[in-house]
Design a protein around this ligand. Structure first.
Ligand SMILES: NC(=O)c1ccc[n+]([C@@H]2O[C@H](COP(=O)([O-])OP(=O)(O)OC[C@H]3O[C@@H](n4cnc5c(N)ncnc54)[C@H](O)[C@@H]3O)[C@@H](O)[C@H]2O)c1
Length: 320
């Protein structure tokens, strides 16, 4: 098995690479090391991966099809896991161009190259944001996903549609993963958990979007990588070999209670700045993992308290 992970210096890519290396699986990683957020964090993740001689890194941008092609030619990949993307809903409203280039053009290059090189299984990151503001919860894979609230969500939906056609036309087995707010050690500094912990510890106010009335399904990183690991050798057996799975914790937490849990863990009271709902944000995420559980006999279960505890422990060790 020769696995390529794109976005390997990112939060999920790094955690997945680390896990596969622990299982003695060789990992090839690609990342363009963009500075959408703190580059030092990406470089530190990469430094850790490069300590393992079963890991090989290439600084390549998935927008560059020629470079991708050359790289596939020399490495004989069997599996591709595409995690490279510009993530986050709010920024996509200010900068749709960058999202289109990275998440749509870049995605097209990687799936097209995977098809040309007859990859056995193409796995890629989608997002819970494709559900928009659903009327039914918990959301299931078959529910409506064509009314995105953000341009980021549109790019992920486009990925799912392209992948379906590639599975059908070229018989490329594809699996899309709708991640629900992934958190944990080495997490992204542009996400709420980092901002909350960072601001509370530094005595700064935290912005509470939608006045704290959001609900989010938070999924712990170790559970996420276990799911992806179990999916690697389970490409779809359907006539059109295409699958989509929610990867969620199947619990939805109110944002105000979430802040209370963080305060308790830090033993510090937060200074809160309640602000209105932001364009692009959905009010609630809450996903069903029944389909995933039936398929891999595993589902995310880490409870939010122990997940937060682990995150804060890592945060203090890394930043303080
Ligand atoms: N973290 C979450 O909660 C979450 C939720 C839903 C979906 N996702 C999706 O999962 C994937 C991984 O997310 P993450 O949280 O690890 O994000 P991340 O930003 O930490 O990781 C993405 C990595 O991809 C790299 N990258 C971006 N554009 C690239 C390009 N054109 N060429 C090469 N590398 C490029 C970045 O440098 C980064 O290291 C993304 O596709 C994201 O949209 C994440």
């Amino acid at each position: 098995m020769r696995i390529l992970i794109t976005g390997c210096a990112g939060f999920i890519g790094y955690s997945l690479s680390t896990y596969l290396l622990k299982k003695k699986i060789k990992v090839f990683g690609i990342d363009n090391l963009n500075s959408v957020y703190d580059l030092k964090l990406k470089k530190d993740r990469l430094k850790n991966l490069q300590k393992n001689r079963n890991f090989k890194f290439f600084k390549i941008d998935i927008r560059n099809k020629e470079k991708l092609n050359q790289n596939f030619l020399i490495n004989n990949y069997t599996h591709v896991i595409n995690l490279a993307a510009v993530a986050g809903v709010r920024k996509s409203i200010k900068n749709p161009n960058s999202y289109f280039k990275n998440n749509v053009n870049g995605f097209f290059n990687i799936i097209e190259t995977s098809k040309n090189f007859k990859i056995r299984h193409f796995i890629y990151a989608s997002s819970s944001s494709v559900y928009g503001n659903s009327k039914i919860y918990p959301v299931k894979e078959k529910n409506l996903t064509d009314q995105p609230e953000s341009f980021y969500a549109s790019t992920k939906k486009i990925n799912e549609i392209i992948s379906y056609s590639y599975s059908g036309i070229y018989n490329l087995p594809c699996t899309g993963l709708r991640f629900f707010t992934v958190y944990g050690p080495w997490g992204r500094p542009d996400m709420a958990l980092f901002k909350f912990v960072n601001n509370i510890l530094n005595n700064k106010k935290i912005d509470l979007f939608n006045y704290g009335n959001h609900f989010r399904d938070f999924t712990y990183i170790d559970d996420v990588v276990e799911c992806v690991y179990r999916l690697i050798n389970k490409p779809s057996k359907l006539k059109i070999p295409n699958e989509i799975f929610n990867i969620s914790n199947q619990k939805s937490h109110n944002l105000k209670n979430y802040v209370k849990m963080i305060e308790k863990e830090l033993n510090i009271k937060a200074k809160v700045n309640p602000i209105p709902l932001q364009k692009g944000d959905v009010k609630k995420t809450y996903g069903s993992v029944n389909k995933l559980f039936k398929f891999i006999d595993y589902k995310p279960e880490t409870d939010i308290k122990s997940g937060l505890k682990n995150y804060i422990k890592w945060y203090k060790k890394y930043y303080i």
